[in-house]
Design a protein around this ligand. Structure first.
Ligand code: SF4
Length: 221
């Protein structure tokens, strides 16, 4: 089944094709979170310990979006806290950004897929209203898509990360300055853990180039 992306600007009722989730139309991210914490809209609710909504600063102009929670994220209710998350934090800090103050971190799906499998298109579609609200209420200037599933779930782009990383991608999402948010896809840190060489041209080295480009853009506006 293909993933059909909902329109970037939702109707007033804030209901989405392909999802049974209906959100309060109040522009309040805490109200959205409270709905998510009780969500049973897809089967992932049956095996989760915690709904993993977000971490960091909702006012940050820089949003990192990953695929979905893993085991440690499910245990703690916080995204990107396992080994891959710790590496993501190091990547963020390597350019002088502070995870808690300068970034907002979330995932395409808010509940852990069993065995860390990739979430299905149906699960991503069911969960999309929460991510849509996070993007539209918080209006980040820059969106970092962490891995191929985030690239597909947010922009409907099925390209391999190796083909699109390092490029600024257009999004339909409104930014506070009246324009639209920019996005860049980066390798998922779990991939970097499996490919740890820092030599020039390797995924780790390329990610270092990407986070520096992201920081330059962050500093520009
Ligand atoms: S993954 Fe999303 S849609 Fe599915 S139960 Fe969790 S919060 Fe609800």
């Amino acid at each position: 089944m293909s993933l059909t992306m909902p329109p970037s600007v939702p109707p007033a009722a804030t209901a989405f094709a392909g999802s049974s989730v209906v959100l309060p139309d109040c522009g309040n991210i805490e109200a959205v979170k409270s709905v998510a914490l009780g969500c049973v809209a897809c089967k992932l609710n049956e095996t989760r310990q915690h709904v993993v909504f977000s971490d960091g600063n909702p006012q940050a102009g820089l949003m990192f979006i990953g695929e979905g929670p893993g085991a440690q994220e499910d245990e703690t209710g916080i995204p990107f806290v396992g080994r891959a998350g710790q590496l993501l934090t190091k990547i963020i800090e390597s350019v002088g950004l502070r995870r808690q103050q300068d970034t907002y971190i979330c995932n395409v799906v808010k509940c852990r897929p069993p065995g860390n499998r990739v979430p299905t298109d149906v699960e991503m579609q069911q969960c999309y209203p929460y991510l849509h609200a996070q993007i539209h209420v918080l209006k980040p200037r820059i969106i970092v898509l962490v891995g191929a599933t985030a690239l597909r779930g947010v922009l409907g782009n099925r390209s391999p990360i190796s083909k699109v990383r390092g490029q600024w991608l257009e999004t339909p999402f409104p930014a506070p300055n009246g324009g639209t948010a920019k996005a860049m896809a980066i390798f998922h840190p779990s991939y970097l853990l499996r490919n740890p060489s820092p030599n020039e041209g390797t995924p780790k080295w390329l990610t270092w180039q990407d986070i520096q480009a992201i920081k330059r853009c962050y500093d520009e506006d």
